[in-house]
Design a protein around this ligand. Sequence first.
Ligand code: SDX
Length: 428
Amino acid sequence: MPDIAKLQIGENVYEFPLVKGTENEVGIDIKTLRSTTNGVITIDPGFKNTGSCESAITFLDGEKGILRYRGFAIEELAEKASFLEVAYALIFGELPTKEQLEKFHTDIKSKSVVDDDVRKILEAFPKSAHPMGILSSLTSALTAFNPSSVNVDSEEEMYNAIVKILGKFPVLVAWTMRKKSGLPLNYGSKSSGYVENVMKMMFEEPNEEYIINPIIKDALDKLLILHADHEQNCSTSTVRIAGSSHAGLFASLSAGISALWGPLHGGANQAVLEMLEAIKADGGDTKKYMAKAKDKNDPFRLMGFGHRVYKNFDPRATIIKKAADEVLKDLGVEDPILEIARGLEQEALNDPYFVDRKLYPNVDFYSGIIYRAMGIPVEMFTVMFALGRLPGWIAQWKEMRLNKEPIGRPRQIYTGENLRPFQSIEKR
Ligand code: SDX
């Protein structure tokens, strides 16, 4: 592979250096494109062919269905690690020692109390408010109770901001759920593990001891790991670009939560369940919905299918599909929705429209089936995605700031009116 790319525009030939990553990915460094070509830029809606940064956090290969966090295969992490270990590795680059993990968890627990005034903000929301809107607002509100700008050059300040949000975010997640269920807000207990405490805070009833179901705890740990990072996806890119203006960590995360909410992104897990429920209510007529998904005049898309990067299979979907089988069997839950999902998957995997476009089940197709079996309401599914993605967002924001990346500010090609004189209102 040569180390330069040549671009010819008219009679002129321009040369640009090639950047090669540790997994042999190659990018054309066009940092000098506009200045050397007298104003020519590239244009790439959705950034399908454009890299925004060099990153050492997550590697994925969409053709081969590979996903690794800090070089560790997702299959191994899902099987052998805890969510907190994975969070540590994503943020600090290495899997923690026993002592490092214990200190990390202790520090997180020490910062997990949320200022009680945040409850007043929560109480001001109507019960009908979507949990993602509440979560984004409360996360941004945390800035009011904690210094908004983090001095990233101070390792101690950066660490404190990280353990603060890892401690408080699960409380906000649980509070958004309990707001809708009418249960009193709680904190769980410092003697619990990180994921166990999330479960206690979400499900504990005020008048009975909450017993952790190990099946649900293991499944939730695995789901959070599988959602923990995914390189430069829509919400992570939002966190990075918000942070590139030196907005604070909590404000940047709040922006990422809003981006994740969209049904084309993290909101898909809720949309998948609603779609499967609609198919069930429609007598299980999957063929009708397949036809709708293929009809260009119908805005309906088969939710949970397709991916910007995975053009083969989403390795997370493979793991989650297996976990869905195991969890429902272990819990003794018969969910007809799972059968409909399997039927839909089989039809799509054999339908030329989906095969030609390389549309396969993604991370969101089966995850909602497990969340529902755990007793998590469908409106909370994307909140669970955000809980899992939090360490990835933190790691990416930290990397962007420590690399002193410039403020994100894309260019455009103007296609509007040319110069024209102002017309007074009498003459319009
Ligand atoms: C996540 O980027 C990440 O990493 C995201 C994520 C993460 O971990 O952060 O993996 C999480 O967001 C997973 C994706 C969840 N979204 C959904 O399940 C929503 C349904 N899927 C789609 O809307 C779509 O597949 C996207 C948004 C996921 C990807 O869209 P692209 O890459 O922009 O592809 P496209 O819209 O250009 O579609 C290419 C073709 C089009 O048809 P043609 O114009 O070529 O005829 O495929 C069609 C699309 O109409 N198509 C679908 C489809 N997805 C794409 N047709 C029907 N159903 C679908 N789901």
